[in-house]
Design a protein around this ligand. Structure first.
Ligand code: NZQ
Ligand code: ZN
Length: 385
């Protein structure tokens, strides 16, 4: 296992009907800005419950954060938060709203132009102050409710924004708020969480036994409860387990002391930026083809995945690995996610555009060994046609 520091200060408030506890988690004299998306949180009554939970506090609302949140929208939100002298931000939504709120928290105090926040990649934003924020999760998927990351869209490119100042102070995980999700968003969320785990697990064998077994547990949980949640809106126990899977997949815990391979995410981000395909869906399309292409590099962990996650005990090593990858793709297909590019209108020209954009973004040395270059990205995309 590699050396690591682990820090995650987010308090999780898990369970149904607990929004009255907002009162203890936000200072009494705070002026709160509620940030939400295209309207689902308003339409389905979640915002009204949040406002009630905030009691007598002064509240400002900013709605309209779009899926794949846009820089320009967030600058408007920042201007409002500053002019209203807001001192607490409350995100009510999915990953896009939570990420957008993290950006606002930083931008409210940033000395340089807000655009500079986007320019620091995974190295981290050199910010010294951020407004405190909390989350009420309506879409389990990204893990944004308990991590220090955000992804912001600017000029049709997706930029990672990392800052320890943006860990939410708390996040409410109430499965009831997710019951209004359209089915395809449940599928996207399951795929996103699944791939988050895979990218921290099917890498190099490092003998990190706790992280490996936790990863295997989350993957098996998603295989079990993902389809139940997808098909049955009323199974609250399955939904609770799905929700917690998504948070634990990217709250840092399984990722300490191990190698990471975020190549699927980097390719997926370009597919979202250029073609508007939902985030989780892009990952489900790419992952099986990436694993096939990188079979030799990932051989030991792929075999472990086959044996421990899929319980494949018969056959040669190659047979087990191939079967595990096929089953992974079938799992995504069982959630009605089509896993080929043609279906989404991406042809050879589109593949070249995706590869070209990745080059512009400097995404030229990916994977746990940094040897996945754009030639291999192109090969993966062609195989996914
Ligand atoms: O905007 P509204 O009207 O709220 O509708 C949203 C949106 O259209 C809808 N929705 C959310 N909760 C709902 C609901 N509809 C009905 N009932 C509910 N309870 O779902 C749609 C998608 O929402 P969005 O927040 O965009 O989805 P998701 O949670 O998948 O977030 C995706 C974003 O997160 C980023 C992605 O790049 C993308 O921008 N990511 C953030 C990460 C992080 N911070 O750690 C990591 C991820 O890998 C990812 O890159
Ligand atoms: Zn993701």
């Amino acid at each position: 296992m590699l050396d690591f520091n682990f820090y995650n200060p987010t308090q999780i408030v898990f369970g149904q009907n607990r929004l009255n506890e907002l009162d203890q988690l936000i200072p009494q004299d705070a002026k709160v800005m509620i940030v939400y998306g295209g309207g689902s949180a308003k339409r389905f009554g979640t915002i009204a419950k949040v406002v009630e939970g905030l009691g007598k506090r002064e509240v400002v609302e900013f709605g309209g954060v779009e899926a794949n949140p846009q820089f320009e929208t967030l600058v408007k939100a920042t201007d409002l938060a500053k002019s209203e002298k807001v001192d607490f931000l409350l995100a009510v939504g999915g990953g896009s709203v939570m990420d957008g709120t993290k950006f606002i928290a930083l931008a409210m105090h940033y000395e340089k132009d807000a655009q500079d926040i986007l320019m620091h990649g995974f190295g981290g934003v050199p910010a010294t102050k951020a407004t405190d924020l909390g989350c009420v999760v309506t879409l389990p998927a990204t893990g944004s409710e308990s991590n220090m990351g955000a992804v912001i869209t600017f000029n049709e490119q997706k930029y990672p924004v990392m800052s320890a100042l943006t860990f939410p102070k708390f996040s409410f995980l109430d499965p009831d708020f997710t019951k209004t999700l359209p089915k395809e968003q449940v599928a996207n969320g399951v795929a996103d969480a699944f791939v988050h785990v895979v990218e921290q697990y099917i890498t190099l064998p490092i003998n990190a036994k706790v992280q490996d077994r936790m990863s295997e547990g989350i993957l098996q949980t998603l295989l079990e409860v993902g389809p139940v949640t997808y098909n049955d809106n009323e199974d609250i126990e399955a939904r609770k387990n799905f929700m917690w899977s998504a948070t634990t997949a990217l709250n840092g815990f399984i990722g300490v002391g191990v190698a990471h391979d975020w190549a699927t995410h980097m390719i997926g981000h370009e597919m979202t930026a250029s073609y508007g395909i939902a985030h989780g869906r892009t990952l489900a399309i790419i992952l099986p083809y990436l694993l096939r292409e990188r079979k030799d590099k990932k051989r030991e962990k792929l075999l472990q995945y086959a044996e421990r996650v899929w319980n494949l005990k018969e056959g040669t090593v190659d047979e087990k690995i191939d079967k595990a990858i096929d089953k992974t793709e079938e799992f995504f297909n069982s959630l009605d996610i089509v896993t080929n590019l043609t279906h989404y209108g991406i042809d050879d020209k589109g593949i070249d555009q995706i590869v070209g954009n990745m080059e512009k973004m400097g995404l030229t040395a990916l994977s746990e060994t940094q040897d996945l270059g754009l030639d291999i990205v192109k090969k993966i995309l062609i195989s996914a046609k």
